[in-house]
Design a protein around this ligand. Structure first.
Ligand SMILES: [Zn+2]
Length: 460
């Protein structure tokens, strides 16, 4: 695979312009916007690849790569190639498992026996419904069956990357066979559960493709179920434990973003000490004071990162930028979770969100000016009863015609500019939005009084 050439061309062009006299600040701004564009393109590329395998479950790796190259969004060819390879491997594992299951008269029952080897079907009914999904077997169980598989409470579903086939009892299973599964409690799961688990399936494949970059570590096998005690590599172990916990939390948040845009509930769950997601308690026996300290650091990092993304997701939702919201989890996938606040600032997402937020404020400031005039008896806003408004309009225009009409004219212009901007943002939400924000700012420049328009000091 090859890096799409237009990125290097853009960089070269900005450098050239700078050599020819473009001011440093301007070049820096252009580079920063290009960086944001590349991060968004990376995200878009990852998203398109997961959609491609969904739509073309039989595609070969070569077809897959050809499609990827054709998107013109390849920035890190080796990551894209890895991601494609991982997705295909899981697709093949899933296919093999489904084929094996279909050899049985009751595929659902066969899968259930993989999950619970000593299960005895007394009801003579197939206990499972299986859904077609390329990246894992997806199965729905009744609540009582689900609890035979997963004994945790308050869990509506799970994703398991390696379900080992029960080969002794089922002679068709091969020694090395394992498959990814999503198991959902069809009676109690939230409507978003399956999407959330599919988010995990996608995450895992992306995570594997970027792990050499340390943006998203995976659980180190030697850390699993290890009893941590004071001693030689203790500090190193704690560091790894924290990195694992943060990576797991990132996994949860991004999986949830596939299902829905509001992470508040998931955050509550993650920050529950001793809860399902307490990564420090379940597999390790830490001294209480160490546990407290780890938990304190962990929740601080998590809260800080959550605030950074919540501010951004909130404004996307407010402006109807749903596609950007969906893309955003792939943006976040590119950074370590503890660096989200800084990375989102540096790469322009947080400044962009603040600029978007200001759009709403502009409108608010103008509306407030109009309100002020109401209070002064000069003007009455039009949302009040039409009849009264009509007479008040005449009265106020007669009283102070110029100011009244001007204020409303400004509100109208701002409304029109906001409407136009919203349309532009929604049509271009997978790219950086600065061009449209600049245009908008030019259009409404002068409508809102700035400090310079305030009262002049006597010296002047
Ligand atoms: Zn999850």
């Amino acid at each position: 695979m090859e890096r799409s050439p237009h990125y290097d061309e853009s960089i070269a062009r900005i450098k050239q312009e700078h050599r020819e006299g473009a001011p440093l600040a301007e070049s820096r701004e252009k580079i920063s916007h290009l960086r944001q564009e590349m991060i968004l393109d990376n995200a878009q590329c990852a998203r398109l690849l997961t959609e491609f395998i969904d739509d073309n479950p039989a595609a070969t790796v070569e077809q897959f790569k050809e499609y990827a190259q054709g998107t013109n969004l390849i920035i890190h060819p080796e990551i894209t190639a890895n991601f494609i390879a991982n997705l295909s491997i899981d697709r093949n594992r899933t296919k093999r498992a489904i084929t094996t299951l279909n050899k049985s008269k009751q595929a659902g029952e066969a899968l259930f026996r993989w999950l619970v080897p000593d299960w005895d079907n007394t009801s003579n009914q197939d206990p499972i419904t299986i859904e077609a999904y390329p990246l894992s077997v997806v199965a729905y169980l009744s609540d009582s069956d689900f609890h035979k598989v997963d004994t945790r409470t308050n869990v509506g579903g799970f994703y398991n990357d390696r379900l080992e086939y029960e080969r002794k009892k089922f002679p068709w299973g091969k020694e090395e066979d394992s498959c990814p599964v999503i198991i959902v409690d069809r009676d109690t799961a939230r409507p978003t559960t399956t999407e959330h688990e599919k988010g995990h399936a996608e995450n895992k494949n992306f995570q594997k493709a970027v792990e050499h970059r340390a943006v998203w570590v995976r659980m180190k096998p030697q850390l699993k179920n290890l009893r941590i005690e004071t001693g030689g590599d203790y500090q190193e172990l704690l560091k790894n434990l924290m990195a694992n916990a943060l990576s797991n939390a990132k996994n949860e948040l991004l999986a949830d973003l596939k299902a829905q845009p509001n992470l508040w509930n998931k955050m509550q769950d993650l920050l529950q000490r001793g809860g399902v997601y307490d990564y420090f308690q379940h597999n390790y026996q830490l001294a209480p004071e160490i546990y407290d300290e780890m938990w304190e650091n962990y929740s601080q990092i998590l809260n800080r990162s959550f605030q950074a993304i919540d501010a951004i997701m909130g404004i996307y939702q407010h402006l109807g930028l749903e596609e950007r919201g969906q893309l955003f989890r792939w943006v976040l996938a590119q950074f370590p979770i503890d660096e989200w606040p800084e990375e989102l600032e540096k790469s322009g997402f947080s400044p962009e969100a603040r600029a978007l937020e200001k759009v709403g404020e502009d409108r608010y400031v103008l509306a407030k000016l109009a309100d002020q005039e109401v209070k002064n008896g000069v003007w009455r806003p039009r949302f009040i009863d039409k009849k009264i408004e009509g007479s008040m309009f005449v009265a106020s225009v007669l009283e102070n015609p110029e100011e009244a009409t001007q204020t409303w004219k400004n509100v109208d212009i701002a409304d029109a500019a906001v409407d136009k901007l919203k349309g532009q943002l929604q049509a271009n939400q997978i790219k950086p939005l600065w061009v449209f924000l600049d245009q908008y700012n030019q259009e409404i420049a002068g409508l809102i009084p700035t400090d310079e328009d305030g009262p002049q000091t006597p010296e002047e």
